[in-house]
Design a protein around this ligand. Sequence first.
Ligand code: GLA
Length: 386
Amino acid sequence: MSPDIASVFQQRFGQKPFVCASAPGRLEVLGNHTDYNEGFVMSAAVGQTTNVAMSPVEGSICTIHEKGRDCTIDLQEIDTPVKGDWRNYVKGLLVELRKRGKHFGAFNACLSSSVPLSAGMSSSAALEMAFSFALKTIYGIELSLPDWARVGQAVENKYLGLNSGLLDQFSSLYGKKDSLILCDFRTVEVLKTVAMPAGWTMVVANTMVKHNLVESDYNQRRVSCENALKTIQKKYPQVKALRDVDSAMLESCRDLMDLTDYRRALHVVGEDERVMQGVKLLESGDIRGFGALLFESHQSSRENFENSCPELDALVEIAHTLPGCAGARLSGGGFGGISIHLVESDKAEEYCENLKTAYQAMTGKTAETVICSIGDGARIVPVKED
Ligand code: GLA
């Protein structure tokens, strides 16, 4: 939680806020593009959070104060997103709540965030979930946690046009400190919590190649997965989603489908299998084995799903050569953004420096690295009494 979002609120609005809420960004550790195929992901919430202090107000004008400046949202003008405006996430949330018959009024809010933007840590889900928790408290909006995640997903899918899955919002809600969570996106629950191995740290390395997923091939990848599924279902009618398909089944349908769709499905089916294998390896303490799966995942992204880029490939290639790294892969949607690296904690700082130097030499670009802490999911933070 940022030092004092409540005091910032008090300074700006002359009263204590009614509620403070905090929601973290997330890391996709293993399981790429499996969520919208009803599959499995190992993910974590990061220590970086988005924080919102909020109180209800009369009328239709919501005032949001951030970094010393005010902006507003008029509840009568929320139906249409404005390209490139971060308030779309809040407006979309309000639109989706309204669609679900939920009643709310205007608010004053202060916002601060330590989740880096456009960096594969899902700052947007953190923003959506922090506002969700604040709004639910001030207006008594009743929804289950999975439904709050679905509201956030609907903001992306319906309001903004990115057909993403539930991973980002779900992980922001359900993350557990110092742990990885095994998410099941059919039942929409956490199947298991696996402790982050002692002495190991997640390093995030940002290619600094911006990805705009709405305009990227993300939606196209999803269509390919759906095409592959339809073909498989002709042979295996019991299959409901790619989650129900194993490598042997997919192989038996290979000649029936478009080669590109086959390769996309191969990635997803392989990822589901790697996630399950990964959990077992971590539970048995085989960190190197787990790391090898991260490398395999990246290779499959690069060759089959084609959601990598030369800069991400460079970071992962360097990871193979540096001491102290068990595995690395692109993380999140891809097409730019970040890679994650599983690194021995006591070597992490040196690792970051070496990675950046080698990346600069290979690509001429400057990467940014973060040694990530793993935090808890979204929460309401008590407002301190004087
Ligand atoms: C983005 C989406 C998620 C998920 C990942 C890929 O982060 O928002 O829903 O599909 O890409 O695994």
